[in-house]
Design a protein around this ligand. Structure first.
Ligand code: UT7
Length: 334
């Protein structure tokens, strides 16, 4: 019976941001760029760069963000049935970032795995946890978006290295009979556009071929201009799909929390959806594009700043490598 189905509520949020700030001014001495260009074209003023030595590995950032979310949720790590991490920059090819954090949290009672969906990784991960809760497989889950894109950037490519940054965000979701929480998730991908955003190399290349090449493996490549146009189109249509599915209008949205890729993309989407910028959360000026971490970091900051009230409709919407894109509507529970 539909009313007997459990609902998935977000009961805790957390985030972790590396200490080191790299400003646009700093970047002027690294590549041929200006603060003015970066600010005007992207809205970014500074970003955070992690360091393993400063205990800011992917596992460290994930653990710190998770502990804050777990504390807010008031659950024990032992009660986590699932840890699912959206990332393309785990510390190791394997085991997963999720298994690494499972050990760090001493949360060995459930399953742990990663989801690779580019910047949409967090929304994919959230949907996996939501489905597990609705089906009754899982009672409590930790969902994380974490990225250390600084480790895979080509620091000679001004078209990409000025845009991205590092960080982690987490939520704890739990099953309750109370209506609300995650109302629906809408996920899409189109692999025919993969060349718009990808990393060079990987397992399809033999180690020999890397010898003598003056570039780091896994460097990120992006066709920003074509990506921009796809982003605005896909974000607007998936957000509309989510609104229509729940029979709510953009006037009902308390806060739109979009992936933070470019302030111009965010403004164009908000305009298409007719959501005024006062109801759109942005922190891109501080952190740049942190890929799968951007939505959970923004959600945690909005939550801790008191911008979300119980019962508010929150629209999460993201777009990234794959191409992947998605939207979720959440009836806020905290
Ligand atoms: O996270 C999800 C995936 N990411 C995205 O969705 C990002 C989508 N794309 C974007 O955000 C924008 O396309 C960018 C910010 C990457 C670029 O903005 P744009 O308005 O599309 O600029 P453009 O790529 O068309 O480049 C314009 C000019 C070029 O020079 P010419 O050919 O006009 O002489 C570039 O070489 O700007 C030049 N340029 C730069 N100039 C100064 C590119 N990067 C820089 C730079 N500083 N950092």
């Amino acid at each position: 019976m539909a009313e007997m189905m459990p609902h998935t509520h977000i009961i805790g949020t957390g985030s972790s941001i590396p200490n080191r700030i790299l400003s646009n001014k700093d970047l002027e001495s690294i590549v041929d760029t200006t603060d003015e260009w970066i600010t005007r074209r992207s809205g970014i003023k500074e970003r955070r760069i992690s360091s393993k030595e400063a205990e800011e590995s992917t596992t460290d950032l994930t653990t710190q963000a998770s502990l804050k979310a777990i504390e807010m949720a008031g659950v024990s790590p032992k009660n986590l049935d699932m840890i699912v991490v959206g990332t393309v920059t785990p510390d190791r090819q394997f085991p997963s970032a999720a298994c690494m954090v499972q050990e760090a949290l001493n949360a060995q009672n459930g399953m742990a795995f990663d989801v690779s969906a580019g910047c949409t990784g967090f929304l994919y991960a959230l949907s996996v946890a939501d489905n597990a809760i609705r089906s009754g497989t899982c009672g409590t889950a930790l969902v994380v978006g974490v990225e250390r894109l600084s480790t895979i950037l080509n620091w000679k490519d001004r078209g990409t290295c000025v845009l991205l940054g590092d960080g982690a965000g987490a939520v704890v979701v739990a099953s309750t009979r109370e209506k609300g929480g995650i109302l629906s998730s809408h996920l899409k991908s189109d692999g025919s556009f993969w060349e718009l955003l990808y990393s060079y190399y990987g397992n399809s290349y033999t180690p020999e071929i890397l010898q003598g090449i003056d570039i780091k493996p896994f460097q990120l490549s992006m066709d920003g201009n074509r990506l921009f146009k796809q982003a605005v189109k896909c974000l607007s249509s998936i957000a509309n799909e989510a609104l229509e599915h729940n029979s709510i209008s953009s006037d009902d949205i308390g806060l739109l929390v979009p992936h933070q890729a470019n302030i111009r993309i965010i403004k164009a989407m908000a305009k298409n959806l007719r959501v005024p910028m006062e109801r759109v959360y942005t922190n891109i000026h501080k952190y740049g594009n942190t890929s799968s971490a951007s939505i959970p970091i923004a959600l945690d900051e909005a939550n801790r700043e008191g911008l979300l009230s119980k019962g508010d409709y929150v629209l999460l919407v993201s777009f990234g490598a794959g191409l992947t894109w998605g939207a979720s509507i959440v009836r806020w529970s905290i």
